[in-house]
Design a protein around this ligand. Structure first.
Ligand SMILES: [Zn+2]
Length: 276
């Protein structure tokens, strides 16, 4: 599933071909995504300039010159391919929406499982839409730090790993980066949220920013080197310390310490020696 760094990489890729450019045409091959694409979607967006491409959590917002906003989520399996003006579009199965820009670039949204969505709202009120109104702070923004995190956790008895996946606590941190940040901070994923100390909240908030920024940098270098797996923007190779490495040795200790644990149906990976 694309996580925040992948979505941010998609956004940066899209900026280069869409921002301040006019949409010439939109082809919608399938409307029945998680939220159906409205019938008048093409009419509202064709001929419009994309004024701004923003991200909130794992959502991308395209704000148009006619004060509309396209809210876009890649879902479980969504990906984006960009064809520069000199590249020929090669249709693939599950290409549901294709934007053609006036300068010739094409952007294809592919989503085999169709849990993604693309819907219309107004540019002025997009942040009041349901996914965003109760969303916690952006992890890479100034509003997210140790004291903001401690404030969210102080009354929670749920496991810290599950709290980090709660979009009301912090926006867009998914399973992989929650595991990696807890590993760096030495906090066991099962620890009760309210028992994470203020000092640990400081460390944890910094670790979250670090793991996300490192992954975004890795996505950026994959972009420059054209090393995206399957040619799409949403997935890239990245090294993880503990995620999906059960039975391995972590860099902090010299034993086969990495264990897997299932929490709320999701796998957590942690160092059984150093995380308490
Ligand atoms: Zn270890």
């Amino acid at each position: 599933m694309p996580e925040l760094p992948e979505v941010e990489t998609v956004r940066r890729g899209l900026i280069s071909v869409m921002e301040r450019e006019v949409v010439k045409e939109i082809t919608v091959n399938r409307r029945d995504l998680r939220v159906a694409i409205p019938d008048d979607f093409e009419d509202h967006i064709s001929g419009q300039k994309i004024a701004k491409l923003l991200r909130r959590g794992k959502y991308i917002a395209l704000l148009t010159g006619n004060d509309k906003a396209v809210i876009w989520h890649l879902g479980m399996s969504g990906s984006v391919r960009i064809y520069k003006s000199h590249e020929k579009y090669a249709a693939e199965k599950h290409d549901h929406v294709i934007f053609t820009m006036e300068q010739g670039a094409k952007i294809a949204f592919n989503d085999p499982r169709r849990f993604g969505m693309m819907y219309l709202t107004t540019a002025a009120h997009w942040e009041a839409e349901k996914p965003f109104c109760a969303m916690g702070p952006e992890p890479l923004g100034n509003g997210f730090n140790g004291s903001a995190l401690a404030d969210k956790l102080k009354s929670k008895t749920i496991a810290i790993k599950n709290a980090l996946l709660d979009q009301k606590v912090v926006a867009g941190v998914g399973n992989i980066y929650a595991c990696e940040a807890l590993y760096r901070t030495g906090i066991h994923p099962s620890r009760s949220s309210k028992e994470v100390t203020p000092d640990e909240c400081d460390h944890l908030s910094r670790a979250i920013k670090d793991v996300l920024n490192e992954a975004i940098q890795s996505g950026g270098s994959s972009l420059r080197d054209h090393k995206m797996t399957d040619g799409s923007l949403a997935y890239f190779q990245h090294h993880f310390d503990v995620y999906d490495r059960a039975g391995d040795t972590c860099t902090k200790c010299q034993t086969a310490c990495v264990e897997r644990l299932v929490q709320s149906g999701r796998s957590s990976f942690f160092c059984s020696n150093t995380q308490r």
